[in-house]
Design a protein around this ligand. Structure first.
Ligand SMILES: NC(=O)c1ccc[n+]([C@@H]2O[C@H](COP(=O)([O-])OP(=O)(O)OC[C@H]3O[C@@H](n4cnc5c(N)ncnc54)[C@H](O)[C@@H]3O)[C@@H](O)[C@H]2O)c1
Length: 378
């Protein structure tokens, strides 16, 4: 077993949503050791949280600049090798930029940055380095979305002609109708989240899932977004028509005011020989539909699955894989890349996925603001 990769964490404190997912996922395959962090913008809170999770406090820094400065003083074999960025969106760019410029690998939450231009700057820096950059589009880590990708790649459903991706949540409904609540939520603040809430936060996952499973690139979008209130600068719902080319089209339906919905991400890809459907809330079932055969259900861990899918399964069939396992698979893929081991390009989303995501977010908002017109992605 090679030595564990030394991991630093920025954000993801005890008060956060996503921190626990990364901490647990990074440990699942025994590849990483958390050695340093800035869990919170408040240093005392960071230290308190480190104590709660039994982490030594000598490498809990007051901010990311200090983390980088102090870690660079350590011998290479002790220094943090990779940092996970789990803060609100506006901090991803300055943190990732400085980490890359100082030779650290990065695992970054989505959306990669708050603007396409920032994303391109990061891509340029990465292209001139030997570093690894993963963007945690978590849902690509499920064995059954990986299976979907491999089946589409091998021609099981033929030529893709229609795609329908939905990402419905309802959590903003109780917030948006209350003026004080809607002005104190960072996801509704353009300074912290970027130009979009719904498309930036979850529509981008649906976009990524489409490009991940089909292997195709979306060429243009036409969006109709909903903001509900005049003083709300951020979309909280929207429908986006998508085109791959003149014969392959589809739709992304995304909402955070779909009252009562939890984490309803689903994708259906229809080809000329069959179709594949998958739902995040029941992630261990992948459905294959055809014109003339009964519905088939694929499940994780069976030998009939692809290598990419089986590499993301740790136990025999019948032991459900969940969101922690999906994120763990992304960490596993990044670990292989950091160690210079062989890996499949589907094992973790890359900088390119992050840049495409920002391209999608900005294009949908422009499309809506221009009066619902078609916008070509760059
Ligand atoms: N991959 C996914 O499915 C998924 C799911 C949820 C959130 N996210 C992404 O994760 C990121 C964080 O989202 P969240 O819901 O956990 O947010 P959150 O508000 O719950 O937590 C943010 C954390 O960052 C910390 N933080 C804020 N400023 C900081 C600073 N300057 N230095 C260090 N820490 C700081 C906060 O103290 C808090 O612990 C966002 O970019 C979001 O889009 C991704």
């Amino acid at each position: 077993m090679p030595k564990k990769i030394r991991l630093g964490i920025l954000g993801g404190g005890g008060d956060s949503l996503i921190g626990i997912l990364h901490r647990v996922a990074s440990q699942i395959n025994d590849n990483y050791e958390i050695v340093g962090a800035v869990f919170n913008q408040n240093h005392d809170k960071s230290i308190k949280f480190a104590k709660e999770i039994d982490l030594p406090t000598n490498r809990i820094y007051k901010d990311y600049n200090t983390l980088i400065e102090e870690e660079l003083k350590l011998p290479k074999e002790e220094r943090i090798q990779v940092c996970s960025i789990l803060t609100p969106n506006f901090l991803h760019f300055p943190m990732a930029k400085k980490l890359l410029e100082n030779g650290f690998h990065v695992i970054c939450e989505k959306p990669l940055t708050t603007t396409y231009d920032e994303a391109k700057i990061l891509q340029n820096i990465l292209d001139n380095s030997n570093l690894v950059f993963a963007v945690t589009h978590t849902y690509t880590g499920y064995p059954m979305t990986r299976q979907m990708r491999e089946m589409i790649k091998s021609g099981t459903i033929g030529k893709v002609q229609k795609v329908d991706a939905q990402y419905y949540q309802g959590w903003i409904n109780p917030i948006i109708h209350d003026k004080s609540k809607r002005s104190s939520t960072w996801r509704l603040d353009p300074e912290k989240a970027g130009i979009s809430c719904c498309m930036g936060d979850i529509g981008v996952h649906a976009f990524n899932m489409i490009e991940f499973t089909t292997g195709l690139q979306i060429k243009s979008v036409l969006a109709d977004l909903n903001y509900l209130y005049e003083d709300n600068a951020m979309d909280i719902d929207g429908t986006v028509l998508i085109r791959f080319n003149s014969n392959a089209k589809g739709v992304i339906r995304s909402s955070q005011i779909a009252t009562g919905e939890e984490n309803g991400l689903s994708i259906a890809v229809y080809g000329d020989k069959g179709a594949l459907k998958w739902e995040q809330e029941n992630p261990n079932f992948l459905y294959l539909l055809t014109d003339n055969k009964p519905l088939q259900v694929y499940k994780p861990g069976h030998a009939y699955n692809s290598k990419l899918s089986l590499d993301g399964t740790k136990l025999p069939p019948g032991h459900p894989e969940g969101i922690f396992d999906a994120m763990a698979n992304i960490y596993l893929g990044a670990a292989k890349a950091i160690r210079n081991e062989k890996y499949n390009s589907g094992e973790f989303p890359t900088m390119n996925d992050g840049v495409r995501g920002l391209n999608f977010i900005e294009s949908t908002v422009h499309s809506h603001k221009q009066g619902n017109t078609w916008v070509n992605l760059k």
